[in-house]
Design a protein around this ligand. Structure first.
Ligand SMILES: Nc1ncnc2c1ncn2[C@@H]1O[C@H](COP(=O)(O)OP(=O)(O)OP(=O)(O)O)[C@@H](O)[C@H]1O
Length: 309
C-alpha cells in the first residue's frame, strides 16, 4: 500500500461527475452524470490512455483533475492530495500538472510571442524575473523547433509547430504529469505522426508521466502502456495495452479495435454474445435490474459486465 502511494501520481476512487443542465420541459435544473463510478490510477513514469467516443467523459475527467469541476462523489488523489476537497496544498499540486489540449491555436494567447508563451508557467512558478533564456532554448530544441520561432507569433506558425510550442510550455515547469487531451486530433496525418513520436521520445528519454485521452485507439495504443476504455462515462475495460490489443474482452473494445483496423463493423448485439464473466457475474442479462456494471478483476485486467448496456 505504501509503495502504491509513492508510485501513484493520480488516483480516481469511485468518482462521479455531473453537470447542472436546465430541465427539458419546465423550470429548474437537473444533473447530467458525465462520469460514473470511475476508478483508475496513473503511476509515475507511465503513460495511461483513456479511449472513448465523443461525449464519453474524457475531457470531463481531465477538467476534474485540474480542478475546474468538482466531483459529486468519490476521491481524486493527485500527488497524495485529495483535490476534490478544500486543501491549502491543492494549488501547489495543480501547478505541477502540464496540459496539452486539442487545438493549439485555442490554447495560446495570439498576442504573445512564442518566447513569452513558454515563459508564462516558469514566471508563475518562480514568481520573479529570473532569466529563463537557457531553459526556453533547451525546451524549444527538445521539441524540434528552430530558435527563431521564439520571436514569432502563433499566427506565423503551422498547427504542428504551434502544438510543439504548447508541448514545450507544458514541460516548462517540470510537471509531475502531463495531461494530453486529444493532442493530435486537429493535425494532419503526417504532423500527427511527428507529434506522437515527439511525445514518445520525450517520455522515454525524460521519463515523463502522461495521462492521454483520445477517441482514437491507434493514438492511445501507440503511446500508452495501459489503456482504459470508456462508454458513456463508465470504464468498461482496462489493462496493459498489448494484452488489450491482442485479446480484447469487452465487445465495445473489440469494436474499437476492428474499426481502428478498418475491419467491417457490425453493430454489437449484446444479447447474442455470452458474457465471458458470466460464471462469476451475478448480473445476467435477463434477470439484471441493476443500472451499474459489475467490475471483475482478472490479474492486471479489469472488465465490466455488459449486461447493463
Ligand atoms: N459544461 C457542460 N454542461 C453540460 N453538459 C456537459 C458540459 N460539458 C460536457 N457536458 C456533457 O458531458 C458529457 C461528456 O463530455 P466530455 O466533453 O467530457 O466528453 P469527451 O469524451 O471529452 O468528448 P469529446 O471527445 O467530444 O471532447 C457529454 O455528454 C457532454 O455533452
Amino acid at each position: 500500500m505504501l509503495e502504491n502511494i509513492s508510485r501513484e501520481i493520480i488516483r480516481f476512487n469511485n468518482v462521479w461527475i455531473g453537470y447542472k443542465i436546465p430541465k427539458k420541459h419546465g423550470i429548474g435544473y437537473e444533473i447530467f452524470i458525465a462520469v460514473k463510478d470511475m476508478s483508475f490510477y496513473v503511476n509515475r513514469g507511465e503513460v495511461y490512455g483513456l479511449v472513448g467516443e465523443s461525449g464519453s467523459g474524457k475531457s470531463t475527467i481531465l477538467k476534474a483533475i485540474i480542478g475546474i469541476i468538482k466531483p459529486l462523489k468519490g476521491e481524486i488523489i493527485v500527488d497524495n492530495i485529495d483535490i476534490s476537497k478544500d486543501d491549502p496544498r491543492k494549488r501547489e499540486v495543480l501547478r505541477k500538472i502540464g496540459y496539452v489540449s486539442q487545438d493549439p491555436f485555442q490554447a495560446v494567447n495570439p498576442k504573445m510571442k512564442v518566447r513569452d508563451i513558454i515563459l508564462e508557467p516558469l514566471r508563475i512558478l518562480k514568481r520573479d524575473n529570473t532569466d529563463f533564456s537557457n531553459i526556453i532554448e533547451t525546451l524549444i530544441s527538445l521539441t524540434g523547433l528552430p530558435n527563431n520561432v521564439l520571436d514569432m507569433y502563433p499566427h506565423e506558425l503551422s498547427g504542428g509547430m504551434l502544438q510543439r510550442v504548447v508541448i514545450a510550455r507544458a514541460l516548462a515547469a517540470k510537471p509531475m504529469i502531463v495531461l494530453l487531451d486529444e493532442p493530435t486530433s486537429s493535425l494532419d496525418t503526417v504532423t500527427q505522426a511527428q507529434i506522437l513520436y515527439l511525445l514518445k521520445d520525450l517520455q522515454e528519454s525524460m521519463n515523463y508521466t502522461y495521462l492521454l485521452v483520445s477517441h482514437d485507439l491507434r493514438v492511445v495504443s501507440f503511446l500508452a502502456n495501459r489503456i482504459g476504455i470508456i462508454i458513456r462515462g463508465y470504464l468498461v475495460e482496462e489493462g496493459p495495452t498489448d494484452e488489450i490489443m491482442e485479446e480484447p474482452l469487452h465487445p465495445y473494445t473489440k469494436l474499437l479495435i476492428d474499426s481502428s483496423r478498418f475491419k467491417e463493423i457490425k453493430e454489437i448485439e449484446y444479447s447474442s454474445i455470452g458474457c465471458p464473466i458470466h460464471p462469476i457475474c451475478p448480473y445476467k442479462k435477463d434477470v439484471c435490474e441493476h443500472t451499474m456494471p459489475k467490475i471483475i478483476v482478472q490479474g492486471s485486467r479489469r472488465i465490466a459486465c455488459w449486461n447493463y448496456i
